[in-house]
Design a binder for this molecule. Structure first.
Ligand code: GUN
Length: 293
């Protein structure tokens, strides 16, 4: 069994991005600029947005963090989105999810100019991704594809099981794994809370992507010998030994599953750093107008 080191891979990619940004700046080009809107004080969102701002600095990007209290109205938030759409200095921006319940997330996502939608959540980007056209691809599945590629994992004709059907991970992951690309060319099964016989489905899989948000869901008896396991779970579970009072737990039973598989991503240090790295790649694509305009 080999660990897939997402942290080291992400550091390598950020280094590659920083070199490209330095070359752009040296040639008198524009510094790519990512803006992030954070509403409220959700602990997870605070951590993720802080990590995104830090990664921007590592890549040589300009970043702007825009904060609002949780009682901001949908109208006020939509007005800010319009402002960023029209701000020529901002190449791409994200609205960190989840949003407070009184705000319709879909309204916000669809208000973002798809040419600045570096999260890849706008229906135009989702649609283009599904038919294999250039677009901004959702960061987590894109980061997983990059890991599969950089680790030389053979996916062609393999059976992949995706656990979870969310719009930002499960669905785009399934779509990317079945594309006529390398990595890709998988036969994909998507399992969710209403799937019968999840264990049997998983036992068929050469590759399992676990994105359910249920700590330790994937047990050793659900894994075929030699499978590749990608763990997207990042649930905060109480842990008195940690200064923060919690630790991150993946969707895989990490005490027992690793001996059964050929490759596995740890939590933390697997998919998480790659997700942020993918956002940085999308920001570079937005800054260089490599996809749109
Ligand atoms: N919340 C969880 N993941 C993400 C993400 O990739 N982008 C945004 N904007 N919010 C998230």
């Amino acid at each position: 069994m080999q660990l897939i080191d997402g942290k080291a891979t992400a550091a390598q990619i950020k280094q590659e991005i920083a070199e490209q940004v330095a070359a752009i700046k040296a040639a008198g080009g524009k510094t790519p600029h990512l803006a992030a809107i954070l509403v409220g004080h959700d602990g997870g969102s605070e951590t993720y947005v802080a990590a995104k701002v830090k990664a921007c600095a590592e890549c040589g990007f300009k970043s702007t963090l825009i904060r609002y209290e949780a009682d901001i109205t949908e109208q006020e938030l939509l007005a800010k989105v319009q402002e960023l759409n029209n701000d020529a200095d901002v190449d791409g921006f994200i609205v960190q999810l989840p949003l407070p319940k009184h705000i319709n997330e879909q309204h916000v996502i669809e208000a973002i100019d798809y040419r600045k939608d570096v999260d890849g959540f706008h229906p135009i980007n989702v649609g283009r991704m599904n038919i294999g056209l250039p677009c901004f691809v959702s960061a987590t599945p894109n980061g997983i594809m990059e890991l599969l590629k950089r680790y030389g994992i053979d996916t062609k004709g393999k059976k992949a099981v995706v656990l979870g059907r969310s719009n930002i991970v499960g669905k785009p992951m399934a779509s990317l794994l079945m594309q006529k690309t390398n990595p890709g060319d998988c036969t994909v099964t998507v399992c969710h809370s209403h799937t019968a016989n999840i264990k049997e489905e998983c036992l068929q899989a050469d590759i399992i992507v676990a994105a359910l948000g249920i700590p330790g869901f994937v047990k050793a008896d659900m894994v075929k010998e030699g499978a590749v396991i990608i763990d997207v779970g990042t649930t905060r579970v109480p842990d008195a030994t940690k200064k923060s009072g919690f630790r991150l737990s993946g969707d895989v039973d990490f005490a027992n599953v690793p001996p059964k598989c050929s490759l596995i991503t740890p939590v933390p240090g697997g998919v998480g750093p790659m997700t942020i790295c993918s956002l940085m790649k999308n920001t570079l694509l937005a800054g260089t107008k490599a996809i749109y305009e």
